[in-house]
Structure formats: C-alpha cells, structure tokens
Design a protein around this ligand. Sequence first.
Ligand SMILES: [Zn+2]
Length: 273
Amino acid sequence: MPELPEIETIKTGLASHIIDKIIINYEKKCKVLRQILSNNFDILLNARILSIMRRAKYLLINLDNSFTIVIHLGMSGSFTIQPANYSSQKHDHVIFYLDNQQQLVFNDPRRFGMIYLLPQEKLLDQQIFKALGPEPLTEQFNAGYLASKLAKRHKIIKNVIMDNNIVVGVGNIYASESLFRAKIHPLRPAYSLSHMEIIDLVLAIKNVLISSIAAGGTTLKDFINANSKPGYFQQELLIYNRAGKPCFICSNIIRKIILAGRGSYYCGYCQVI
Ligand SMILES: [Zn+2]
C-alpha cells in the first residue's frame, strides 16, 4: 500500500513533468473506483496545471480554473507519467492527456483508490480532509500536541499513532519502526507515556518518515518509466518484518503480534511495557 513517503516521492517526481502543462483531453475507462467518479470531468479540459501538493495520502493537482484534482491511490493504485506512444494497460482507469503529448495514467487493480474533482475554495474543509490530524513533518505535530491527544486515552499507543485523526501518514511499518526507535512497547496504553517518551516518539516518527522519503528519492527514476509502479523503498527496517530474528540493539528475538489486524513487531527487552 502506498504510504506517505511514497506519495511524497510521487508528488516530487511528477512536479517537473506536469506543472504548466494543459490537460487537453481525458479518458474514463470505468465509472466506479472506491466511489462513483463524478461526471464533471469536462471541467478539466484546457485547464493548466499550476502546482501539485500532498495532504495526508492525497495528491492535490491544482488547476488554473479554481478546481483541484484530488487523487488517492488506495491499496494498489499508481499514478504515473507516460510517453505519447504509451498503450493502455489493464486496470488503467483514468488517463489525462497533456499538451506535451504525455499521459498521466491512474492504474488501480483493486479499485480502492479514488479521483475527486473539487473546487479550490475551502478545499481542506471538504469532508475527506476535515477530520485529518496534522502532517507529521510540520511544526504542528510536536510533543505538546501529541501529549494532549494521548492524555486519558486508554487505547494502545500503536493504534493511536496510526489514527489519521491524531496524525496523518504513520502507516503500519512506520508505527512499528518509530516505537522501536523510541523504545516504547506497542501495547502501552497511550496515557501511560511519559513526556520524555512522547518527545522521543515524535522525533522517531519524523526521522523514520524523513529517511523513508530520502530513500524514495533514490528510486525516483523508477516510477516515471513506462509500466512502472511507484517506488517502494528499500529503506533499512530495524524491526518490521523481522520476527524471530535478533534485535539489532540487544540480540534478543524480535516478536510479532497482531494489533488491529496488522502485523506488529517489537523487542521485549528494548521496548519497555
Ligand atoms: Zn532489543
């Protein structure tokens, strides 16, 4: 599943290809992705692309006609730039044709992704964005903020940091990695974290995401090539998917438990319960 660092990398990779280009045509090959696609796509015709941004795991393509194309890649989506001679592949659901002959292609085998066309005015007040917590790499996500959210909360810390209403973009892998780096056991009740632990956790989340985005930069060329999928990172993971292997810090065996249906990894010695 594409996570925040992948989306950030896609955003950066696409920017130089699409900014200032005009959408001269589009093709909708299906009517329904996660939801029914809106029937106002004609708004796109002859619109110039001004910028591309990211909010949580949404890509926002701002047009000069006061609309924004909002794209979510769901579980299996990709959004790639393709050359003029590209021939459509299975699961290519929406194609935008640009005035430099290139094509922007949304492909999604499982169709959990979505494309919205929304007015820019009050865009972030729209239903899909309204409840989202702060971006993890902004100043708003700091220890004071997180402490206020953890206080009195009895849910386990791993599920809380994965809650998009608290902070966006901390997916399953990043949650396990951050908790390991901050030496916090994933089963701890959220309220039980000390202020020092919260400071460590905020830093760990930011560092894990920053290094993952940096790793993504090295795979940039992969996802703009024809037929490629977005780059999934070869970032070195310290704990995720290492059940039964020795901890890099203490050599004790890493354990796996299922939390909220997701594989969760921890070291029972390094991560204090
Ligand atoms: Zn350990």
